[in-house]
Design a protein around this ligand. Structure first.
Ligand SMILES: Cc1cc2nc3c(=O)[nH]c(=O)nc-3n(C[C@H](O)[C@H](O)[C@H](O)COP(=O)(O)O)c2cc1C
Length: 285
């Protein structure tokens, strides 16, 4: 749990405070519906520092079982989790994911994968044509994996653990796939570093609900002004400590979330992922 919420024993007060810390327009929400599980979810924050306390394989397997209890498209169960447990293999995987030491230091390291191989095999075994080799089929597996991933985060955080999902597992997706011996039609969606948090962490403010929760129809009215206001509101609470690509893009007088995200995607990121997925056997038409 974050060190930001009051923990005053009242779920409603706690939830109201958490949502007001997360959303600029979160103050008027109906917190009377609050239950303890809501407090855990609303106080979510990613963790990237761990104590030495070990995380037994059986604990991770139990969290995976809880995560895989989450919904799955058409009951197809198109997702797998690879727990990398052996220390040397964990170090190798961590090096493939990224240079950050906290990845290698995490007592738990897992990879959430989309798996459409099993569905293919069912067609072979049952003698029915496979008639869905298109983008939606790939998408289902990616979504299934992401749902399990978030369910894992919720389960782990409820147990007092901290997590950080890692899309950087896709930076070297082919090497990771070879390393994990993923067959065709199985692909990494995200890795997960998990452990006992070394410290509390702060709630990251989200965009105002007025821009992300729509009623009856989608609206973009006032979006730019709302994003500007979010930039300022967020900056008052959590200013960025450094500016991305400063040597290339210069120093901004005001550096907010929108500037950071626009700078982030001003360079190609994993532009080869489509080619990788096609090489794993997906057509994506
Ligand atoms: C699919 C996914 C992939 C992510 N990949 C990374 C990553 O590669 N490295 C990292 O440090 N954080 C990663 N994160 C964590 C996000 O940066 C984090 O959720 C975001 O900054 C919001 O912060 P919060 O989770 O503390 O609210 C990822 C999160 C998600 C959902």
């Amino acid at each position: 749990m974050s060190d930001q919420h009051g923990g005053d024993g009242s779920a409603a007060t706690g939830l109201a405070g958490l949502l007001a810390a997360r959303f600029q327009d979160g103050a008027g929400l109906d917190a009377s519906v609050a239950v303890p599980a809501h407090l855990a979810m609303a106080s979510h924050c990613a963790h990237r520092a761990w104590t030495d306390r070990p995380l037994p394989l059986e604990t991770l397997r139990t969290l995976c079982a809880i995560a895989l209890s989450a919904p799955t498209k058409s009951d197809m169960q198109s997702r797998d989790i690879v727990i990398v447990d052996e220390p040397q293999r964990r170090a190798t995987l961590a090096a493939l994911i990224g240079p950050d030491p906290w990845i290698a230091q995490a007592p738990g390291l897992l990879v959430f994968c989309g798996n459409q191989r099993r569905q293919r095999l069912l067609h072979e075994w049952r003698g029915h044509a496979f008639a869905n080799d298109h983008l939606d089929w790939f998408f289902n597996a990616a979504v299934d994996a992401a749902i399990a991933m978030q369910a894992f985060v919720a389960a782990a955080e409820a147990a007092g653990l901290g997590c950080c999902p890692l899309s950087t597992v896709r930076n070297r997706a082919a090497e990771v796939s070879d390393f994990l011996e993923l067959p065709a039609h199985v692909f990494p969606v995200a890795a997960m570093a998990v452990g006992w948090p070394a410290r509390g962490n702060r709630i990251t403010p989200r965009l105002p609900l007025s821009t992300t929760v729509h009623v009856d129809r989608h609206r973009e009215q006032g979006l730019r002004e709302a994003v500007d206001a979010y930039d300022r509101w967020r900056d008052e609470r959590q200013p960025y400590v450094r500016q991305r690509a400063e040597s290339r893009l210069g120093r901004a007088a005001f550096y907010g979330w929108s500037e950071d995200k626009a700078r982030q995607y001003s360079v190609p990121d994993r532009a080869d992922f489509g080619a990788f997925v096609r090489a794993r056997g997906f057509r994506l038409d």
